[in-house]
Ligand binder design. Structure first.
Ligand code: SF4
Length: 698
């Protein structure tokens, strides 16, 4: 029931990790929220088109079993029966959940509680695995916890801004605007990316490095800082451990400026200038994003960057921090509730003594999952080999997005019971569903999300539920009740769940940065009017904390940050004579994920109307191809067809393709078909920016 028609509703954009505040009203164009500290009233083209994506067209409106409409009671019973039967026959390990950074924190919390806490399956992972899991692992290794130390204001305060593997102009447009507006005399920007992108327009130096050589570059920087007396020795001695090992590894892999330049395929003078600027500029922020994370050594790359910040004492200080920018609106909220297969709720872990017992006790769990479960790629492998009998997918489209996609689709086809909760009726993944559950969409659901600067914001409801759609937390709680866990899932509203989540995060441990104890007593009205706030929120920081680790106290057992010795690794997938081109993939400015929502807004098709392949003109000439014709990228396990664009900003021998097109918009333009299921051994994040293919005319 819409109890707030025509009222302006302050909510949050559901797309990227900037987490912009939105003012929305049923039937009217959305506006930016001038009071929201992420965007101060601005919206990018995706955000400002949100009202064009609403309505019932294309929505999944009713529960269905085997494509036939059923009542909710039947659908809930069918899910519960499938789960119960699978566990009875094959054990808890036979049930898996695949979640999404599009879920609200409250939905995410209930999913993890149900799966890990009550069904006892550890196999719960999320599409955040494809996005930020390498940054998560790097944070944990360096800081002892998955914490972004800084805030958006640091991007403006920095006198040197280093952007690594980030086309923020397209992927985090409002942050890019803030960075651009902060231009001033003496402020410098270095962009490190194989491609020259729209973001490069900000750059004083663009380092168009060889794909995969980021760790070598930052090892070289660490070594150079040491040999040019540019370290903060006092900070290293008082607040860090492992420096000598990291420095020796850096020196071994990057013995000279020339070796770094050669290994990264850069000019010595450009590398030297970047190193000098980094050494000279106390207020330096290094932003890193998918270009770093989506790699078979993404965690090491993240730590190579963080090493340089630790070595100069630039962590959590105004205008000085390493800064991982997340991809999805609630990638961080999922991390908070234990959405990743290797984590537990409230930033706890299986491997930290006492954490599992604490979570189990708090939930009064009948049998908590007893260790980390499968990460995304391994999870779908387990589905493929028949170990997973019931797979519940929520708010994500793995039949488009996961690497080695043909095998993923095969796995979905083989799985005995696939349950899909989504707001869209006909996603590529929904085609494999035995049970379809209509989920509430943006504007219809209530809860919180956490953006890239740890800021929790409310997503609020201003629309009636479409058809018989229901919030995800309601769907899962109903299944839990059907399974006999009613007491533990007796939620009436998202505020009930948020309070429980906040209570779980608050226990006696001063080393834990993630603490929402100060929000655990919110009344429903206070939750409804909750203003955006950065965690932690507790007695010490009742209004939230802008920066963390500014006091040099880290979340490790000894309170010291850890340097990590990095041995740079080349990408696992290698070009050869059959597949000589390196394939990079990523987002475009006006589309989001697999287009199930942005594909409905006509104006968002104006930027790029069809799948494309960006190619350097010399590569076209070598192959006798022309810009404007259709090209085929043939990879070892699949192909991608797109319109060829001649782009001088592309390095020779490398192409760029978009990730968005699903099979309904174009049957042969899945970027994931060209990506091998190769993952980072620490984080499990796939190498989604490094496929190989040969380019030919279509
Ligand atoms: Fe939405 Fe991101 Fe654009 Fe902000 S920058 S309006 S969060 S897509």
């Amino acid at each position: 029931v819409n109890d707030k028609p025509n009222k302006v509703c302050k909510t949050t954009c559901p797309y990227c990790g900037v987490g912009c505040g939105v003012e929305a009203r049923d039937g009217a164009p959305v506006l930016g929220d001038r009071q929201h500290p992420a965007n101060f009233g601005r919206l990018c083209v995706k955000g400002s088109s949100l009202h064009e994506t609403l309505g019932e067209t294309g929505r999944l409106l009713y529960p269905k079993i085997n494509r036939q409409r059923v009542a909710w009671s039947q659908a809930i019973s069918a899910v519960a029966d499938a789960v119960r039967a699978s566990i009875a026959r094959y054990g808890t390990d036979s049930v898996a959940f695949y979640l999404s950074g599009q879920l609200l924190t409250e939905d995410y919390y209930v999913a993890n509680k149900l799966a890990k806490g009550f069904l006892g399956t550890p196999h719960v992972d999320t599409n955040s695995r494809l996005c930020m899991s390498s940054a998560v692992a790097a944070h944990k290794r360096a800081f002892g916890a998955d914490v972004v130390p800084g805030c958006y204001e640091d991007l403006e305060l920095a006198d040197l801004l280093v952007l690594v593997g980030s086309n923020a102009a397209w992927n985090h447009p409002i942050l890019y605007q803030r960075m651009k507006d902060a231009a001033r005399d003496g402020r410098k920007v270095v962009v490190i990316d194989p491609r020259q992108t729209a973001t490069s327009e900000l750059a004083d130096i663009h380092l168009s490095l060889k794909p995969g050589s980021d760790a070598l570059l930052f090892n070289g920087l660490l070594s150079w800082l040491a040999s040019h007396d540019a370290l903060d020795q006092d900070y290293i001695e008082r607040h860090c451990s492992g420096f000598q090992g990291a420095l020796e590894a850096a020196g071994a892999s990057a013995p000279s400026l020339e070796a770094v330049a050669e290994g990264c395929d850069l000019a010595v003078a450009d590398v030297e200038r970047f190193f000098r600027w980094f050494a000279e500029t106390a207020r330096t922020v290094t932003v890193f994003s998918q270009g770093v994370n989506q790699s078979s050594s993404g965690t090491d790359k993240g730590n190579a960057i963080i090493n340089c910040h630790l070595a100069t004492g630039r962590v959590g200080k105004p205008g000085a921090s390493p800064f991982s920018i997340t991809g999805q609106p609630n990638a961080m909220g999922g991390r908070e509730v234990g959405g990743l297969a290797n984590t537990l709720a409230a930033h706890m872990n299986y491997e930290t003594p006492g954490d599992a017992e604490r979570v189990a006790h708090f939930w009064d769990s009948p049998g908590l999952a007893n260790g980390p479960g499968y990460k995304a790629v391994d999870l779908f492998d387990a589905v493929h080999r028949g170990q997973i009998k019931v797979l519940w997918i929520m708010a994500t489209n793995p039949a488009v997005s996961l690497p080695n996609n043909a095998r993923v689709r095969e796995a979905l086809a083989r799985c005995p019971t696939v349950i899909v909760s989504d707001c869209t009726a006909d996603t590529d993944t929904a085609a494999y569903a035995d049970i379809l559950l209509p989920a509430a969409g943006w504007g219809e659901k209530d809860g919180t999300v956490t953006n890239s600067e740890r800021r929790i914001s409310r997503q609020r409801r201003f629309l009636p539920l479409a058809g018989e759609a229901r919030p995800d937390w309601w769907i899962m709680s109903s299944v839990a009740r059907e399974l006999g866990y009613g007491d533990a899932f007796d939620y009436n509203c998202p505020a009930d769940i948020f309070r429980e989540h906040a209570r779980l995060s608050a226990f006696e441990n001063t080393a834990r940065p993630f603490d929402l104890g100060g929000l655990s007593g919110l009344s429903n009205d206070q939750y409804e009017s909750l203003e955006p706030i950065q965690w932690p929120v507790n007695d010490r920081f009742p209004s939230g904390r802008t920066r963390i680790f500014d006091d040099g106290q880290f979340a490790t057992t000894d309170g010291r940050a850890g340097f990590v010795a990095i041995q740079p690794q080349a990408p696992v997938t290698k070009a050869d004579t059959d597949y000589p081109m390196i394939v990079n993939s990523g987002r475009i400015r006006d589309q989001w994920h697999t287009m199930t929502r942005t594909g409905r807004a006509a104006r968002l098709w104006q930027h790029r109307a069809e799948p494309f392949i960006d190619v350097h003109p010399n590569d076209l000439e070598k192959r006798g191809l022309n810009a404007g014709q259709l090209g085929r990228l043939q990879g070892p396990a699949g192909e991608f067809i797109g319109r060829i664009q001649a782009v001088t900003e592309q390095r020779e021998g490398e192409v760029f393709i978009p990730i968005h097109w699903n099979q309904q918009f174009s049957a042969q333009a899945l970027a994931s078909d060209l990506m091998a299921a190769v993952v980072d051994p620490v984080s499990g994040q796939p190498e989604s920016k490094h496929g190989v293919a040969r380019l030919e005319a279509f």
